[in-house]
Design a protein around this ligand. Structure first.
Ligand code: SF4
Length: 806
């Protein structure tokens, strides 16, 4: 199948905004065909949710004769406000990419050499259960490990069906060894905010008057609707944006001030801002007195350690008077002032304390749980899908609990992998199941990840594209794309909460299946055989069929109803059949949507009236009208009693339990965790580009048409000294690997720092466009971890650069 879309048409599509005919929902029919098409039953408009990145914007797919012609934004969803970014529009190419995985495949050559044979689904499941002459099957593996289910490792990327995969592997298969994107994504900042202010929350950029962004390149890295708020509504109405970044990014271009900070010194910057706010008494005393725990100790700590602007200037490279001015201006704008919580994984070894310090700084201005600050919002309740979970006596605990101070259920990708390859685990991990993740490109130190896969007895991968990880697999199970399946229904919390549904737009192409159906088929094949293994080693398991069914050992019972039936049952239980029909037809539902939703101007919509939005949710009177009805689980609200969700119910400056865990109770700068880049070397930093989502878009023709490959940014003065010009190929060498990439000398990056975007440099030759296009960052990023939660630290690697060819 060949689908050609010209660049001009594509760009038109990405900015095309749906113009509605009426002013309220009842007068709008977004899903009607125009009169000419109406006569043709083969034309449809179906609501869906984008999966080209994690944001899940709402779209409408236009389908003609079973072909998805284009994707338009769905204006009804408060989260995405009538927007699909270029990646969202390019979802059509994810569907029709000729390189897609089309059939189940089983390895026949050496692992990693790319030789596979096409098999039926049943043969693929059979290979997973009993292996082939080239690899072992689950039955033999579990037999060897005496039914310690945790010998099966598994990983997943973020997505609406991630929970289905995780539930199957965790609740039904019984393994505790799960690693997901969290420790290579937002783990550190989310956890630091949870511990400090009770939740990561949502920066109310639409109403903030002052925003500091450190290391968050929203205008370039994640162009979502709330990004647009920063630049459209926030700046447009005169709010101030300060960008702190070693690079003059596209976000910095749009800011009031760019501060080119030295890599890894953001903590010193915030501590100095805090020093000024405390020393000059600028903080919100009433708010602090009522809501902040341990402030007295924190105040003493900041003052006695002399975290002065002059001290910070020497570390950060930001002038002391600038720090003083920013602290004063921020507090003058507070409580509508936010130190943005940040995105992605840890940049430096001190990131946990940096995120704690920034959350406390926002709180000192009173900007928590308030319009224009960090808000918590509400979530529309949805009943959960119950699973009958078996108990496997011999299952051992996960292997990576000691790699950091607090490793949670989502694990530490790097710590987990390194323990396995260094053979430091209590028991061996013999199998690896991968779903919607490409650790060969997404986890720092590719050589070590390759070794991990080489060590496995069995590697099973579920994906849509032949990624670098797919090539390392024994059994490949082709998943259909998000446009070919219905996913678990999802409730989106926030100031304007809503429930949205990702509906199937067309039937799965080729022999691909949704992960729900893939696991259903697998469970049918393996359930009884694995139960036999369990009975052999777990003495407590009854061997009659009644126990098999009643105690959850029947793996198939998780898939008794289809995904569509599960969604319908869960939703109607709470909101009824009429609401379900609205959800199905429009893709979005929230109570009173028909009354609240209004078109205000050409591309502006009201979702909730201002007085119905959930800005401050902790202190509201439960009797208030806003808290009645379907929108809020009143029990959950009552339990908060006006407190944030920390242990003490207050914002925490001084977490003494952290001392027992082995780290500082209060944000503290540690010289020993900061290293200057040696002369003649460069600190490597990485980031994202708006047109690419990690590495999942590496082969997308529509997006590559906009940005063909990645270039390395290098300070122009330094490039001149090295004789490096634009487009020259340079070798970038770190202690763990090297790559070749084209150079982009520029004054938009500070000296001694180099940068290129993530998402390029695939080595899978099954990717026609992605193969060896640009360079992979994780080929050179060393595997440092942040020691509180075990997240990958991306900006601690020094590299050498030399010109290879002009
Ligand atoms: S931001 Fe873009 S890629 Fe991400 S969900 Fe929205 S439309 Fe899709």
């Amino acid at each position: 199948m060949k689908i050609e879309i010209s660049r001009r048409k594509f760009l038109q599509g990405s900015v095309a905004l749906t113009i509605l005919g009426g002013s309220t929902l009842s007068s709008v029919n977004l899903f009607a065909e125009d009169s000419k098409k109406k006569s043709n039953n083969n034309n449809k408009k179906i609501p869906t949710l984008c999966e080209m990145c994690v944001n899940k914007c709402a779209g409408i797919a236009e389908v003609k004769n079973g072909i998805v012609k284009k994707l338009d934004p769905n204006p009804l969803f408060p989260k995405s406000r009538n927007m699909l970014c270029p990646r969202g529009v390019a979802g059509v190419h994810a569907l029709y990419d000729p390189d897609r995985l089309k059939y189940p495949l089983v390895r026949v050559g050496k692992r990693g050499d790319g030789r596979f044979k096409r098999v039926t689904w049943d043969e693929a499941y059979e290979a997973i259960l009993n292996g082939t002459e080239d690899f072992k099957g689950l039955k033999e593996i579990l037999d060897k490990e005496k039914n310690n289910r945790s010998t099966i490792g598994y990983c997943a990327g973020e997505g609406m069906a991630e929970h289905t995969f995780k539930s199957f592997m965790f609740n039904k298969m019984g393994s505790l060894n799960f690693v997901n994107h969290a420790s290579i994504c937002l783990q550190t900042t989310i956890s630091a905010h949870k511990l400090t202010i009770g939740a990561y929350g949502q920066a109310d950029l639409e109403n903030a008057n002052y925003v500091i962004m450190a290391g968050a390149n929203r205008a370039e890295a994640i162009v979502t609707p709330d990004t647009m708020d920063i630049f459209k509504r926030t700046r447009g109405r005169g709010a101030t944006l300060i960008v702190v970044d070693p690079r003059y990014t596209n976000t910095a271009v749009l800011a009031d001030e760019w501060l080119g900070i030295k890599v890894g010194t953001d903590l010193a910057f915030v501590l100095a801002l805090t020093y000024v706010a405390i020393k000059e008494g600028l903080y919100n005393k009433k708010f602090v007195e009522q809501n902040v725990n341990g402030f007295k100790e924190y105040k003493e700590h900041i003052i006695s350690n002399r975290y002065t602007p002059e001290w910070a200037e020497k570390i950060t490279g930001i002038k002391a008077d600038k720090i003083v001015k920013i602290a004063r201006d921020f507090m003058a704008s507070a409580p509508r002032a936010i130190f943005y919580q940040g995105r992605r994984t840890a940049w430096s070894l001190q990131d946990f304390q940096f995120r704690r310090a920034s959350a406390i700084f926002t709180a000192l201005g009173g900007g928590v749980d308030i319009k224009g600050g960090i808000v918590f919002g509400k979530k529309l309740p949805l009943p959960s899908h119950k699973i009958n979970t078996p108990f496997y006596t011999n299952t051992k605990n996960r292997i990576d609990r000691d790699v950091a101070l607090m490793v949670g259920r989502n694990g530490s990708w790097i710590g987990w992998r390194n323990k396995i390859i260094e053979k430091r685990t209590e028991y061996p991990i013999r199998a690896m199941f991968t779903y919607k993740q490409n650790p060969m490109l997404s986890v720092p130190n590719v050589a070590k990840t390759k070794k991990l896969f080489e060590m496995m007895d069995l590697v099973v991968t579920i994906d849509t594209m032949p990624s670098d990880t797919v090539i390392m697999s024994d059994v490949i199970l082709p998943e259909c794309t998000y446009l070919e399946r219905e996913d678990p229904i999802k409730s989106f919390g926030g100031v304007e909460p809503a429930i949205a549904l990702r509906r199937k737009v067309i039937e799965p192409l080729y022999e691909s299946r949704p992960v729900f159906e893939i696991l259903k088929g697998l469970s049918k094949k393996i359930s009884l055989s694995l139960w036999e293994v369990s009975r052999k080693y777990d003495e407590d398991i009854d061997d009659d069929m009644e126990a098999y069914h009643e105690e959850g050992f029947d793996l198939t019972d998780m898939f008794g109803k289809s995904q569509e039936e599960v969604n319908r049952a869960l939703f109607t239980k709470k909101y009824g059949e009429k609401a379900y029909q609205t959800l199905k037809q429009k893709g979005v539902y929230y109570p009173n949507m028909d009354k609240y939703f209004k078109k205000i101007s050409k591309n502006e919509y009201q979702y909730y009236p201002e007085d119905k939005k959930y800005y401050s949710v902790l202190k509201k009177d439960l009797k208030s009208e806003i808290y009645r009805g379907d929108c809020v689980d009143e029990k959950e609200l009552a339990s908060t009693e006006g407190k944030v969700k920390t242990k003490s119910g207050k914002i925490e400056c001084n977490l003494t339990f952290l001392t027992k865990k082995g780290t500082y109770a209060m944000p503290t700068w540690q010289d020993k965790l900061y290293k200057e880049t040696p002369e003649y070397k460069f600190r490597f930093i990485t980031g994202r580009h708006a047109q690419f989502t990690q590495n999942s878009t590496a082969n997308n023709a529509m997006l590559l048409d906009l940005v063909r490959e990645n270039y390395i940014w290098i300070n122009k003065n330094q490039a001149d000294k090295l004789g490096i010009g634009y487009g020259d190929v340079v070798e970038v060498k770190s202690p763990i690997g090297k790559v070749e990439i084209k150079a982009y000398p520029t004054n938009k990056i500070i000296e001694n720092v180099v940068f290129y975007v993530h998402g390029f440099g695939s080595t899978s030759d099954e990717l026609t466009l992605g193969y060896r296009n640009g360079a992979s960052d994780n080929m050179i990023i060393s595997d440092d971890i942040e020691h509180t939660f075990g997240s990958a630290v991306m900006h601690e690697t020094d590299v050498e650069i030399r010109k290879v060819e002009s």
